[in-house]
Design a protein around this ligand. Sequence first.
Ligand code: CTP
Length: 397
Amino acid sequence: MPERHVVLGVSGSIAAYKAVDLASKLTQAGVAVHTVMTEAATQLVGPATFRAITGLPVSTSMFDLTNPYSIEHISLSEVADLMLIAPATANVMAKLTTGIADDLLTCTALATRAPILIAPAMHTAMWENAATQANFETLKSRGVRFVGPAVGRLASGGFGAGRFASVHDILGIALGLLGAGGDLTGRKLVITAAGTRESIDPIRFLSNRSTGKMGFALAEAARDRGANVTLITGPTFLEPPSGMSVFPVESAAEMLDAVKLVSSDADVLIMAAAVADYTPEMCASEKLKKEELDIDFVLPLSRTEDILTTVTGIPIRVGFAAESQHLIKNAQRKLVAKNLDLIVANDISRKDSGMGADDNECTVLDRKGESESLPLMPKREVAERILDRIVALLDQA
Ligand code: CTP
């Protein structure tokens, strides 16, 4: 992937300290982060922190002769694939709206042709002020993108709108914007993740050990390659990814309905979810009491509908096969039975791979009967390799 550059504008909100984490996560994602700080921001966090985290010079003034950029705001504005202003104060938003350029951050924002993403952070009264709201609307109408502000506890001790969005959300949206023009641009991918839950009564359910990590990794990787992603997920402890549509579902039946609802215009369906094959025939409306049940209580189950078999007509359909024995043979059989373009075979008997693990070792099988073994690697890398195969199939289609 070509190197992507973000100019990270940090202005004088208490949330400036969270921008350090943001800079770190962007850097870990392979992004070159060029930090520009306002004078006020430097009162809150030291430029040396950003420099150490990003490994790149930090700019704080228009006239800093020690920095490598020739005319600083022009060089920075041109190097940017994205200008991310996080946190943005009410003051910075007002300056951007009127075109005031009286420091390096606002000069760079005025000069850049890159997309601008703003994460505001301020006290609720400042956010709700008519001037800030008007500036927010004007900036949006000019194509500036916003993430947050969130509603929550504020540095002032109060509670309300104006809180800096989570670093997770800002990161996701920034990476999605940086992915524009990637090899999945213009493609809609519907991806399912995690296990489904089949209710027995109001508090009990049948489920499986899937955590959703593989499906989430696929969704994030596709987003970062420019795809329009819809993620349909069963219950999971994972934080929902930002920069995509996320539909939480519970049961296999709900997942089927959601897939049908969103996939009519999809280019690709990836079923990474571990969907229950059986569901209780009835969900009791009250909690089941053991004194009212036989000692050998038998729970009648009925088959769920197979989503991959039911939802056809999508150009590329990819399944996963979770197997504890005869891995390749069973996966091959599922590929044919479900008429798939690819199937990813996982050996679920291993502790270090597959369900719940951060890594996966798997084999990708295709219609031609060819197989590609992927050694143990982080799920995000597995996701990239699966997407490489999907891109190749889309290009042939
Ligand atoms: N799948 C599906 N709908 C179901 C069950 C499974 O679409 N009701 C999908 C899964 O998301 C996966 C693929 O089918 O992509 C294979 O799922 P898996 O559980 O490995 O196999 P099953 O077909 O359910 O067969 P078995 O459980 O007997 O191995």
